[in-house]
Design a protein around this ligand. Structure first.
Ligand SMILES: *[C@@H]1O[C@H](CO)[C@@H](O)[C@H](O)[C@H]1NC(C)=O
Ligand SMILES: *[C@@H]1O[C@H](CO)[C@@H](O)[C@H](O)[C@H]1NC(C)=O
Ligand SMILES: *[C@@H]1O[C@H](CO)[C@@H](O)[C@H](O)[C@H]1NC(C)=O
Ligand SMILES: *[C@@H]1O[C@H](CO)[C@@H](O)[C@H](O)[C@H]1NC(C)=O
Ligand SMILES: *[C@@H]1O[C@H](CO)[C@@H](O)[C@H](O)[C@H]1NC(C)=O
Ligand SMILES: *[C@@H]1O[C@H](CO)[C@@H](O)[C@H](O)[C@H]1NC(C)=O
Ligand SMILES: *[C@@H]1O[C@H](CO)[C@@H](O)[C@H](O)[C@H]1NC(C)=O
Ligand SMILES: *[C@@H]1O[C@H](CO)[C@@H](O)[C@H](O)[C@H]1NC(C)=O
Ligand SMILES: [Cu+2]
Length: 591
């Protein structure tokens, strides 16, 4: 139990709803055109509507033959427009909850970092500068497919060398999807120090709303640095990670002693608001709700779903839920809550709060009652996808390969300390910052080091089936598993050992980029080989990724679109030079 209390904070993957939480599905008030049927039909590829205008009452519309019915894995527009951002990472201090100033690593001096805002089909260019003195970095665009741009995925040791202090890199990729996501450093546990920000790609939506109030990142917050918490987490069991000290909602909260301030949102009575919930946690587990208001959930990660109403939502690390909130209650002040889920063994001594107020009342401390919350941590997968891609029935047991998830004490860095490490498929990852996977591809070298944990995918056009199974002797904690370069279909999950007699969902599987392997349980996923590259799949608990809980799928190496060799090599050269005399040494998996 002690282990679960401290480590067991990553249970959620799907929206977990209490039995009474699903209230009513609210369909689009107006369909884009009358010919559209894909919301209810089970077809392999949705047919795009004709053009109609995207307005408050027709959010399913887009333009030029694209709409909510367009499955962006099959088809996406190219606008020819480029949006450009500059992000500079500095080593500075911050004090988001009034508890006191601490070391923070921030994009452009702010937490959360600037929101990257583009339109479906745009090219996105981000100039990143590493102005920290003592860490490398690489910036990953979570959930962004990086279709034919694997060199822009921002995973040091896989798609690039880390950017040395003082170095710059221009990331460039197309927004082939629409919806909400986030970007963060992939350099060890660095993002836990604040190096993250939101991404919005404008596009159609499966529910109507009047006003988009943008991203709402929710994160756990520690008064120690991520490197400090991480080194404690890596110590041998039962040396366990310290608990978080607070929860930040949109970068702020009051602390336990009352200092700091709440995020405040003003609502106009009668309007419907789109809110983009993003879980940017390093570790912890909360249940999100707004007193007296239900949330109409319309998107999970980047993927549209048939809208359903919920009073409370559980979100896994890295996951996003776009919801619509109808400001139709008595004008007043209401709590927005992000509660640690005690039923999931998360600690109860901190909680997230924000104040949502109607414009006609004076902003004040709400007295609104909380929704009653589920008392079970079990996830029920109620989200129903907007686009179906049925699988050949019964394929899984025959085609699936196992990735066993285990935990052990071992050396990650040869000669280094014995630490708690995790393995997927028998191997603990330890990437080589100086020789990323794409370097091997450029060299045509197939003598991969074992600790790269390279797994070849099926050939292009074929499906990959994976069973991620927690070993019976692994600690009973759930893990939010995130795949790069693809969304995977979740065919099923459960507790205990997977058995081929379990029925899987082939017909209406939901597609996500992050999903949970339940404590002591299994997760059955599938993805199609349709994007050549080197794609990491890892646990999104920062400390577990650090402890090596990752594999990389190497897909169609001969068809990979490689990044510019000169830029790639310059980054590596700068890194190698820096690392010769670097003060801090790599002491974990690197990711
Ligand atoms: C940040 O600055 C502190 C002290 O100024 C230094 O000890 C630390 O190594 C720096 N960290 C990074 C990532 O540059
Ligand atoms: C979140 O914070 C940013 C920056 O302070 C602010 O511009 C934005 O309006 C906030 N979002 C919400 C929904 O409160
Ligand atoms: C973030 O994800 C973690 C791990 O899945 C989960 O424990 C936590 O509840 C999530 N936080 C929120 C605010 O949903
Ligand atoms: C909020 O909901 C509670 C419980 O249903 C109800 O008693 C209360 O009157 C509501 N508050 C307002 C301001 O509508
Ligand atoms: C308020 O809006 C919600 C969500 O659209 C709906 O379920 C509920 O019935 C509405 N309540 C009132 C009092 O109109
Ligand atoms: C892990 O080891 C087992 C037993 O040796 C083997 O059957 C399995 O194929 C290995 N898994 C991977 C992904 O290599
Ligand atoms: C392939 O990579 C390995 C590991 O870095 C290295 O030892 C070997 O020399 C390389 N082989 C070739 C032909 O480059
Ligand atoms: C990054 O910098 C922090 C100090 O800010 C340090 O504790 C950590 O060891 C550094 N990590 C690496 C791998 O450079
Ligand atoms: Cu994990």
């Amino acid at each position: 139990m002690k282990i679960q209390q401290v480590l067991g904070v990553c249970f959620a993957a799907f929206a977990s709803l209490s039995a009474g939480a699903v209230l009513r599905a609210e369909p689009l008030e107006k369909r884009a055109t009358s010919t559209s049927t894909s919301a209810s039909a089970s077809t392999t590829s949705a047919v795009a509507d004709g053009s109609c205008k995207n307005t408050a009452l027709t959010r399913g519309c887009w333009s030029n033959g694209y709409s909510i019915d367009t499955d962006f894995d099959q088809k996406f527009p190219s606008t020819g427009n480029t949006v450009t951002y500059s992000l500079e990472i500095t080593n500075t201090t911050c004090n988001p909850d009034g508890h006191g100033s601490r070391l923070c690593l921030l994009f452009n001096g702010q937490y959360p970092g600037p929101t990257i805002h583009a339109t479906w089909g745009d090219n996105v260019v981000v100039n990143v500068k590493n102005s920290m003195q003592d860490n490398g970095t690489s910036v990953h665009w979570h959930g962004v497919r990086q279709y034919h741009t694997p060199g822009q995925d921002g995973v040091n040791g896989v798609s690039e060398c880390p950017l040395a202090p003082g170095d710059t890199k221009t990331y460039s990729f197309q927004a082939t999807q629409f919806g909400t996501s986030w970007y963060h450093s992939h350099y060890s546990a660095q993002y836990g120090d604040g190096v993250s920000g939101a991404i919005i790609f404008d596009g159609p939506a499966s529910a109507n709303y009047d006003i988009d109030i943008g991203p709402y990142p929710i994160t756990d917050w520690y008064y120690q640095t991520a490197a400090q918490v991480n080194s404690l987490a890596l110590q041998n069991l039962p040396g366990l990670p310290p608990s978080a000290n607070n929860v930040l909602i949109n970068g702020t909260n009051k602390n336990a002693k009352g200092g700091g301030s709440y995020n405040q949102v003003t609502l106009q009575s009668g309007k419907k608001y789109r809110l983009r919930l993003i879980n940017t946690s390093a570790d912890n587990y909360f249940r999100v709700s707004i007193d007296n208001h239900t949330m109409l959930v319309m998107t999970t990660d980047f993927v549209p779903i048939k809208p359903f109403a919920a009073s409370t939502l559980l979100i896994g690390i890295g996951q996003r839920f776009d919801v619509v909130i109808n400001a139709n209650q008595t004008a007043g002040n209401y709590w927005f809550r992000a509660n640690p889920a005690s039923d999931c063994d998360s600690q109860n001594d901190f909680y997230g709060r924000a104040v949502w107020s109607y414009s006609t009342v004076t902003v004040g401390t709400p007295t609104s009652p909380a929704w009653s919350e589920s008392s079970t941590c079990l996830q029920s997968q109620l989200a129903d996808p907007y686009w179906y891609q049925p699988f050949p029935s019964g394929t899984f047991s025959m085609a699936a390969k196992d990735l066993d998830l285990t935990e052990t004490d071992a050396q990650v860095i040869p000669g280094g300390d014995t630490v708690t490490v995790w393995a997927l498929g028998n191997s603990t990852m330890n990437v080589d910052y100086e020789k990323p996977t794409l370097q091997y591809v450029m060299d045509g070298n197939t003598s991969y080091a074992a600790e790269m944990v390279i797994i070849p995918t099926t050939s292009e056009g074929n499906w990959n089936y994976w069973l991620i199974q927690q070993a019976s002797d692994a600690p009973a904690v759930p893990h939010p598993i995130h795949l790069h370069g693809h969304d995977f279909y979740i065919l099923g999950s459960g507790s205990g050992m997977y058995s081929s007699s379990v029925s899987l969902n082939y017909a209406t599987a939901i597609r996500r980029d992050t999903a949970s392997v339940p404590a002591s349980g299994w997760l059955a996923i599938s993805f199609s080989s349709n994007n050549p590259g080197a794609w990491l799949m890892h646990c999104h608990i920062a400390w577990h990724a650090s402890g090596g809980l990752a594999v990389q799928f190497l897909e169609a190496p001969s068809q990979i679109t490689l990044p510019s060799t000169s830029a790639f090599e310059a980054t590596c050269k700068n890194w190698n030079k820096y690392y010769e005399t670097a003060y801090w040494r790599k002491d974990d998996s690197g990711i």
